[in-house]
Design a protein around this ligand. Structure first.
Ligand code: UT7
Length: 343
């Protein structure tokens, strides 16, 4: 059995910034409503030439550069998403081509909506732990990438103000001397609370479903404020780690008020749970790795840090894990330049 640590992170945001005032030009809303109810001030949407696939590729390249490893050292490549640019080929397969990963790299996409990145991290860590070095090279590239602007009803103020596009990535390294990544997870089938279309999706009676994302915001809010603190407490207990020994809680960025409830229920300092939803909106599977990379890029986290990553969302799904960061987490010029408003 081999343990894992995160040794590189990267992210990519699309070029188009959409402010709350811009949203108020499109639907009956206001900066005041959006910022006080969600914490969002602006989000990024893909412009021409940008897509879930290009964001995933850019974030993955930056994570590999920050990890200081070559493409031919990667054994696993997973992409968490529910808005892949194509149903097939998977974005992970396209990354094999884009990045020049060896053909025997285990590449596939995984859909657990906003919990997807944590599901993917746990899956990649389990594969690295289960397979010895002879079967699997000891590095995994794990990406969360979404283009939610493609599946939103831009006339529905209850959803279109909430979501953004983006991608984040992390490189895991396996090492027999390191601790295992500890995780907890759950799934509860429900296609009413949060639904996003497949091609020509039909309901159980055979009727065509709406071609855009629909959500019962209050129901999801209740679910999230129950499951986020519960999964976090559960994974800490399973790992035998005290909350006080966690440097940062990296929670899915769906609504600042959801994080505030989790902070209260867990009794952890708010500054160790600070998010970035103000300038990203909810980017589903991308939100956890986007925030992780932002914290690394800005120097808030570095080698030796212990983090809890937790996501929740459509499915319904939820997952949390405890893991650590290790050097190199660096340093490449491209990675340093990649973050920020002018990305
Ligand atoms: O990624 C995981 C999945 N997503 C989530 O976790 C989201 C979870 N849910 C939420 O974050 C919140 O429920 C929302 C942000 C979606 C909504 O906030 P809320 O405080 O639960 O508002 P609400 O749905 O109870 O709506 C309050 C009022 C309603 O008007 P009435 O019925 O009180 O007259 C809405 O019609 O706010 C109205 N409203 C808006 N007003 C201005 C809803 N959307 C907007 C809007 N601008 N964009």
């Amino acid at each position: 059995m081999r343990g894992v640590k995160i040794i590189g992170t990267g992210s990519a945001l699309p070029s188009r910034t959409v402010t709350n005032d811009d949203m108020a030009q499109m639907v009956d809303t206001s900066d005041e409503w959006i910022s006080t109810r969600t914490g969002i001030r602006s989000r990024r949407w893909c412009a021409e030439g940008e897509s879930q696939h290009t964001l995933a590729r850019d974030a993955a390249r930056r994570a590999l550069a920050a990890a200081g490893i070559a493409p031919d050292e990667v054994g696993v490549c997973l992409v968490a998403t529910f808005t892949a640019s194509a149903a097939t080929p998977s974005t992970a397969c396209l990354l094999q081509r884009d990045l020049g990963l060896p053909e025997d790299t285990l590449c596939f996409d995984l859909n657990a909506a906003c919990a997807g990145f944590v599901f993917a991290l746990h899956t990649a860590a389990s594969l690295l732990a289960a397979e010895g070095p002879a079967a699997l090279r000891p590095y995994a590239l794990v990406v969360g990438a979404e283009e939610l602007s493609r599946v939103m009803d831009m006339t529905d103020r209850t959803t279109c103000v909430l979501f953004g596009d983006g991608a984040g990535a992390a490189v895991l390294r396996a090492d027999a001397a390191w601790p295992a990544l500890t995780a907890t997870w759950g799934s509860r089938g429900n296609d009413e609370a949060l639904f996003a279309p497949g091609v020509g999706a039909r309901d159980d009676a055979g009727a065509l479903r709406p071609s855009y994302l629909t959500m019962d915001g209050r129901a999801v809010f209740r679910f999230a404020t129950d499951v986020l603190p519960r999964a976090t407490a559960e994974v800490l207990e399973r790992a035998g780690v005290a909350a006080a020994d966690v440097d940062r809680f990296i929670f899915h960025q769906a609504n600042k008020r959801i994080v505030d409830v989790a902070v209260r229920k867990l009794g952890v300092p708010a500054e160790r749970c600070q998010g970035n939803i103000d300038h990203t909106g909810n980017t589903s599977a991308a939100s956890v790795p986007l925030l992780l990379d932002e914290l690394v890029r800005t120097g808030a986290l570095g080698p030796g840090a212990r983090v809890v990553l937790a996501g929740f969302g459509a499915g319904l799904t939820w997952a949390a894990c405890v893991t650590e960061l290790a050097a190199p987490l660096g340093g490449a010029a491209e990675a340093q330049d990649s973050y920020g408003e002018s990305d």
